[in-house]
Design a protein around this ligand. Structure first.
Ligand code: ADP
Ligand code: NI
Length: 209
């Protein structure tokens, strides 16, 4: 099978298998991550763009948020797809990287020195900050029926909300980028998060202080 067709078939496979995901994890997220990953890879000049593209396309197929406790079936789905496309040769590497991409498996990542992981992970993290990141966070929060924001009580603790998610995760991402190119792109996107939060609190407290 020609590489063009392998890409096309992978696009179809991804669209088919992400139907139940929220809009922050839809096909457009996959397209943005693909463009970011290819851009970072061009700047860093590291890998064959083909494997970058295939991995970016497949990176969210086994997301445990949408198939709870069931990542394994996602991985075998991916393995089956790669075999069917004549891509058994890159299967092991692609699967290992996809397992390593998520925020939660950071410990596992330290042991894994593959530039393919660095590029895909950076691209995925960049799409979680900036204006798109804000939109995705509130969309995901709505999807889960979480509060937009809950002001801290006397103990100063921040209750579960989408704004709390900014502190738990989004504001940390700029310091977690692997490549200099992504670190550069993250600066502006991070600044936007700060501006957003500052305006958010101004408006929340309007007339009370
Ligand atoms: P990744 O897919 O990169 O491993 P996540 O799946 O945790 O990371 O996050 C994907 C997107 O969903 C991000 O834009 C993130 O902000 C959003 N998200 C995840 N958990 C929450 C949450 N509790 N509240 C709001 N947004 C969330
Ligand atoms: Ni993703």
């Amino acid at each position: 099978m020609e590489s063009n067709e392998q890409i096309l078939r992978t696009e179809e496979f991804v669209k088919e298998n992400m139907k139940g995901y929220d809009s922050g994890h839809d096909w457009y997220h996959i397209e943005r991550v693909r463009s970011l990953a290819l851009y970072i890879n061009r700047k860093e000049n590291q890998l064959d763009p083909f494997i970058v593209e295939i991995t970016a396309l497949l990176h969210d197929i086994a997301d445990s948020k949408f198939s709870p406790g069931n990542s394994e079936s996602g991985y075998s789905l991916i393995a089956g797809h790669l075999d069917a496309c004549g891509l058994s040769g890159i299967k092991e590497r692609v699967l290992k990287v996809i397992k390593g991409v998520s925020f939660s498996s950071n410990r596992f990542n330290k042991a894994m020195a593959d530039p393919l992981l660095w590029v895909i992970q950076d691209a995925d993290r960049l799409d979680a900050i900036g204006a798109i990141g804000v939109a995705r966070a509130f969309n995901y929060g709505g999807f889960r029926n979480n509060a937009i924001y809950v002001p801290p009580d006397e103990t100063g603790l921040l209750a579960k909300s989408t704004v709390a998610h900014f502190y738990e995760k989004l504001l940390k991402l700029k310091d977690m980028m692997n490549t200099p190119t992504a670190r550069q792109l993250a600066m502006e996107r991070h600044q936007f998060l700060e501006v957003f939060l500052s305006k958010f609190y101004d408006e929340w407290e309007f007339g009370t202080v």
